[in-house]
Write a protein that binds this ligand. Structure first.
Ligand SMILES: Cc1cc2nc3c(=O)[nH]c(=O)nc-3n(C[C@H](O)[C@H](O)[C@H](O)COP(=O)(O)OP(=O)(O)OC[C@H]3O[C@@H](n4cnc5c(N)ncnc54)[C@H](O)[C@@H]3O)c2cc1C
Length: 514
């Protein structure tokens, strides 16, 4: 049997797998990606990229592709709770959404999952990633040194083995790898079985012509009193979602679509349907010895709130640089332990948030009581602070509570473990946008020219990729005069302080160098 050896194998070429491949490659490591299907996703699933995802996609150089790929219509989103497409509006999510432009320079993208995956795939291939479609991973086994993968090339119907240093399991909701390395899951579990019916209808008269339209319909005439109507990537193609019923007839399905639309005499053509489950499920750990979980393999949430695909992509962003730095010898292997420590609390929160949204938008009151109140959208996206992980806490810095690991994004602290505040910094004649500075290297902000040259020497000595930006004032990033800030490649503040010695020690701690 043919055997290959690689540094990293990624199983699954969905949003999580392709994003991991891209961010690994940008940081200097080319993975092999194994995908069972013949192509990336073709079903209308996740829609939209939040500003945090757009910041990281900008670093990958694909925001233009994402923006160009938006579905037809005005570049705007409608998201309503209503009695039907044409009926009374109960709540307007967009009207009540905070102004995100205070927290990020990026506006949300509107590409579908299919288009986002295409853009990521193209970028991964440009970066030299080996993506193999119609390959399946049948089993993996890890020891302290390596991971053995038993694979099958489905086209050639041939067995194949790869020995890898690390595996990233991006194998989705039904992925088997977590179980094979002994990682269990917890959560509320199955929430609801839903049938998604695709249909074609010209609804332009009622839908307002935005590129993305979602109605969470509350109507006692629907099964369980609710359903979802959502536009897709294709002009006049819509999806109606309602509680699944295996005995439902095609006539009954058409009647339910009319209720979603609030139109008795509209002409439409049903083109297909899929039944799938809403679940709330989080992995007990995001990693074992040499295997990491990302995307739905790590956290499954109902679609209410649109963070499933976003969180899947973001996992790759937060994991990619760490894996690459360890493989390149820049960091010690213990850096990898921080992936679980930093990202699992976020996974727990975002899954619970979406399930709580489901409770509210689809009248599943029991679930709401179980999960508590949904937290503020902006706080969740922009205010997350790592409770622990690869950063050096400042003296006197209060420990973040695992129960509420957030800062108020309108008053960012710039503390280690938080996201580098979005700010415009004057650097001589240049204006530096902190969130556009994200790149596959560390970033030091300082107003002290001596510190700048000492930092250059430290990074050279430690062979750490680093850029130093000398700014006129560090006040906009919440530093006191004389302080400098070190930011990780994923935009998390790693350290802030005053001396070059402390900076050198911070690098050793953050990068787990013995
Ligand atoms: C109907 C629907 C609507 C949704 N709407 C939204 C939304 O509006 N916003 C949002 O953010 N999220 C939404 N989601 C969720 C979003 O689609 C998922 O969170 C996202 O697909 C997760 O990406 P992933 O890469 O982790 O997993 P997936 O996209 O499931 O990819 C996993 C891949 O792994 C492959 N694979 C599995 N096992 C193996 C194996 N052994 N060998 C080789 N390959 C394997 C699979 O073929 C698959 O391609 C929606 C989901 C559904 C189903």
């Amino acid at each position: 049997m043919k055997t290959e050896t690689h540094d990293v194998v990624i199983v699954g070429a969905g949003l999580a797998g392709l994003s991991t491949a891209v961010f690994l490659a940008l940081n200097g490591v080319r993975a092999v990606v194994i995908e069972r299907n013949a192509s990336t996703s073709i079903l209308p699933k996740a829609r939209g990229q939040n500003p945090v995802s757009m910041e990281m996609l900008r670093m990958a150089g694909i925001t233009d592709a994402i923006r160009a790929a938006r579905p037809p219509g005005k570049p705007a989103i409608t998201s309503l709770v209503s009695e039907s497409l044409t009926g009374r509006v109960i709540y307007d999510h967009i009207a009540h959404r905070p102004d995100f432009s205070r927290f990020s320079p990026e506006i949300p993208g509107m590409a579908s999952q299919a288009r986002a995956e295409e853009a990521l795939l193209q970028r991964a291939r440009e970066l030299g990633v080996d993506v193999r479609f119609q390959w399946t991973c049948e089993r993996i086994e890890e020891n302290d040194e390596r991971v053995a993968l038993e694979l099958r090339d489905l086209q050639a119907d041939a067995a194949f083995q790869i020995s890898a240093k690390y595996v990233v399991a991006c194998d989705g909701i039904r992925g088997a790898i977590a179980g094979q390395v002994g990682i269990g899951h917890h959560g509320v579990g199955h929430l609801k079985s839903v049938t998604a019916v695709r249909f074609n209808a010209d609804l332009s008269r009622w839908a307002g012509g935005n590129s993305m339209t979602i109605h969470y319909v509350k109507n006692p005439a629907l099964p369980d009193g609710s359903g979802i109507l959502v536009s897709t990537d294709y002009e006049n193609q819509w999806v109606g979602n309602f509680s699944a019923d295996p005995d439902r007839t095609p006539e009954e399905t058409r009647r339910l679509i009319r209720i979603l639309l609030g139109l008795d005499d509209i002409d439409f053509e049903v083109t297909g349907e899929t039944t799938y489950n809403y679940s709330h499920r989080i992995a007990d750990r995001l990693s074992s010895r040499r295997v990491f979980l990302a995307g739905d393999a790590a956290h499954v949430m109902p679609p209410t709130g649109g963070q499933g695909g976003n969180t899947a992509m973001q996992d790759g962003f937060y994991l990619g640089w760490k894996l690459a730095y360890v493989l390149r010898g820049i960091a010690g292997p213990a850096l990898l332990e921080s992936y679980d420590v930093e990202r699992r609390p976020y996974a727990e929160i975002v899954c619970t948030w979406q399930a709580a949204n489901l409770a509210e938008r689809r009248d599943m009151k029991n679930l709401g009581t179980l999960l508590g109140e949904p937290i503020d959208h902006a706080r969740m996206m922009f205010g997350y602070m790592c409770v622990d992980g690869a950063f050096v806490r400042s003296s006197g810095q209060t420990t973040v509570s695992a129960a509420d690991p957030f800062e108020d994004p309108s008053r960012p602290t710039g503390m280690p473990g938080a996201r580098v505040p979005y700010a415009l910094l004057q650097a001589g004649a240049d204006v530096i946008n902190t969130r556009h500075q994200l790149a596959p290297r560390f970033q030091l902000y300082t107003a002290d020219a001596r510190m700048a040259s000492q930092a250059q020497a430290i990074a050279q000595d430690k062979a750490v990729p680093q850029q130093v930006t000398v700014v006129d004032s560090v006040a906009p990033i919440q530093l006191d005069a004389g302080e400098s800030m070190l930011v990780r490649p994923d935009g998390v503040v790693a350290w802030r302080g005053r001396s070059a010695d402390a900076l050198a020690q911070a690098y050793d701690r953050v990068l787990a160098r013995a």
